[in-house]
Design a protein around this ligand. Sequence first.
Ligand code: IPE
Ligand code: IPE
Ligand code: MG
Length: 238
Amino acid sequence: MNEVDYSQLKIPTHVGIIVDGNGRWAKERGLTRLQGHDAGFENLKQLAQYILKRGVKVLSLYVFSTENFKRAEEEVNHLMDLFVIMYKKNLHFFMENNIKVVFSGRNEPLPPRVIKARDELVEATKDNAGGIVNFCMNYGGRAEIMDAVKKIAKSGIDVDTLADEDFRHYLYQDLPDIDLMIRTSGELRLSNFLLWLNSYAEFYFPKTKFPDFHEADFDQAIIEYTSRDRRFGGIKNN
Ligand code: IPE
Ligand code: IPE
Ligand code: MG
């Protein structure tokens, strides 16, 4: 396949990906759901590196929702193990690529081993300046908004002085709006992902399941994004 000329394309500042379809990918191949997650996580690293290299500044990856704790214990435990392995094993990779890693989500009920691996990775990469990966893990969009409201209430600030634009400072991470939101596997919903930041995002819903979503698929997303006319409620902007 020909290389895509990125100089002709619009590069979003913040890309969000809902990592979806691992289970169905595995089922199609007669594999277990756990093997589907292994394949999905295998794909994550190279894809993240590619996306940041193309000039995207922030990449938010939805890897586990607050609601995902409803799944079978075996699957939840396997995902928790994968998180620990991914955070520990890839420290070198994040350092080499100058990537700062941050997290969005609640602590409870994450196992201590996951919290420890998460915190160590955050601490080690905090001065990296070559792009941000924001793992949304045990993340819920409504929970995040509720937690922000509680933070504001406890801060004692005069709420009458708070502008819409200030609200993001109270979210789990202080990040720009999502420009391009990709959900793999053909599902057409947000499933509680970054509700505040997705307000004016362009949505892209490839049918490809996440373990098969590679660099060329991301190129297609950027080509589509470039063709979109973002108006933000204003007039057509050519
Ligand atoms: C997404 O794949 C991964 C996580 C939720 C961690 P799924 O496990 O939701 O895969 P499907 O939707 O069942 O195919
Ligand atoms: C959303 O996917 C959460 C993540 C990808 C981490 P789900 O597979 O859990 O979402 P639903 O249940 O299909 O809405
Ligand atoms: Mg799913």
